[in-house]
Design a protein around this ligand. Sequence first.
Ligand SMILES: [Zn+2]
Ligand SMILES: [Zn+2]
Length: 151
Amino acid sequence: MSRASQAAHHDTTTPARDPRALLRRHGLRCTPSRLRVLTLFSASQLHLAVTEVSERLARAGRAVHATTVYRTLETFTAVGLAHAVHGPGATRYGITEEPHHHTVCQRCGHVAGLASEHLTKAAGKLEELTGLRPDSSGSLLVYGLCARCCR
Ligand SMILES: [Zn+2]
Ligand SMILES: [Zn+2]
């Protein structure tokens, strides 16, 4: 196995939205299934479970087996390209470089991104208040019932 040299390659002019550049920046090879998964997420900004990802890809005529989707998302998470949100039910994954928080429905497990500067500032004070140091995303989880489950 030869390891491709990734040194001395600056990508500063490549837009972050380019899935190939994004994979390369995280030291990952561009495989068709990785590109499919990544493209789905960059077009949607959604937080999806493995089965939802493979269903959406199949519907778009770009099927990737659920096992491969799972492995792909685990790989993305390990290198910091994706993040996993553990609510009730299946783990949801999100891929976005924008800092954000999450809402989690306690009934159906629906996860939504929540971008809020106020919350990010509040999260910054967490260590002061609790001694817990937020990780780089400083992400907060807000539990409740989603609009669909409230009906
Ligand atoms: Zn997220
Ligand atoms: Zn719900």
